[in-house]
Design a protein. Structure first.
Length: 179
């Protein structure tokens, strides 16, 4: 068993929003690894990250990702999940979509939330730029498809992903694909 699709991207790229809509469109479940960690530790991911530190948080996150990849629905990964080598290795056999947003759009989307401790800094735009520079190569490495999300309504992003999944299924001759 493996997921229909895995979503990756920076904080604020829409992984949770798109994941919910995509799972509805495909009539499958959604596993959001941030939510898995929040339920497992009974606290928001940001609090867990602050409490245990980033290296331990990434280890716990990698465990949650490995478990999530055993499901047959849509999987949404935390923004920093790709920083862990074992996670990148697990994604090699998956259909992965990179939800790409510009730095300005990402800052706009995340500025409304206090839930992201990595962005609770004096200059959130500079920090977002750093995250983009650190992670974008990994997002591109693990993904089979990139959707530029700036200026697109969620339903358009979902439609783009559904077309990608349909194309991938056709390439692999998957007659069980039901969009």
């Amino acid at each position: 068993m493996k997921p229909r699709v895995v979503l990756v991207g920076l904080p604020g790229s829409g992984k949770t929003t798109i994941g919910k809509r995509l799972s509805n469109a495909l009539s499958v479940g959604l596993v959001d690894t941030d939510q898995v960690l929040e339920q497992r530790f009974s606290k928001p991911c940001g609090d867990l990250l602050t409490e245990v530190g980033e290296p331990e948080f990434r280890r716990l996150e990698a465990e949650a990702v490995a478990e999530a990849l055993q499901t047959n629905g849509v999987v949404s990964l935390g923004g920093g999940a790709v920083t862990t080598e074992s996670t990148r290795e697990l994604l090699q056999d998956q259909w992965v979509v990179y939800l790409n947003v510009s730095i300005d759009e990402g800052v706009r989307r995340t500025s409304r939330s206090d839930a992201r401790p990595l962005l609770r800094v004096k200059d959130p735009r500079q920090k977002y730029q750093e995250l983009f520079e650190q992670r974008s190569e990994w997002y591109e490495e693990v993904s089979n498809f990139m959707v530029h999300c700036d200026g697109k309504e969620p339903q358009r992003v979902v439609a783009d992903i559904l077309m990608f999944l349909e194309d991938m299924a056709a390439e692999e001759g998957d007659s069980n694909y039901d969009s």
